[in-house]
Design a protein around this ligand. Structure first.
Ligand code: SF4
Length: 121
């Protein structure tokens, strides 16, 4: 048996969650969550941790080069964050661009996109 202590980051309440795994690595119990979102977070965190990537990329506008905030629209596997950042660092966007625009479809994972988080005309 292994016990993992987590702090849920899904909402600001920050519940402390305890996950117990058996010797085969399967989840035996999850305790301490206040809602099902926390239970799901804890289960994913110990079996397949994912993160939403947030960063900035250069955007070329009529006023010159600015920085465009970007993020993934879903979590990507934690072990692929380094590969993802290499792609982000090599990305440049041309205005106009709007919040929610897909900059790179199927980014790292099928069905996950890199999207814009600000408007530049
Ligand atoms: S378990 Fe629910 S209430 Fe607690 S931090 Fe997570 S999302 Fe928030």
């Amino acid at each position: 048996m292994t016990t993992k202590e987590l702090t849920c980051v899904v909402c600001p309440a920050g519940c402390r969650i305890t996950v117990t795994l058996n010797d085969a690595g399967a989840i035996e119990t999850i305790e301490g969550y206040t809602c099902l979102r926390g239970k799901t977070y804890a289960a994913n965190e110990v079996t397949h941790p994912v993160r939403t990537l947030t960063s900035t990329v250069p955007v070329m506008t009529a006023e010159g080069k600015k920085l465009l905030p970007v993020r993934t629209d879903a979590g990507i596997p934690r072990e692929k964050l380094f590969e993802a950042m290499k792609i982000v660092r090599a990305t440049t966007v041309k205005a106009p661009v709007h919040t929610g625009d897909v900059l790179i479809a199927d980014f790292i994972e099928p069905g996950t996109n890199l999207i814009a988080c600000k408007d530049f005309e």
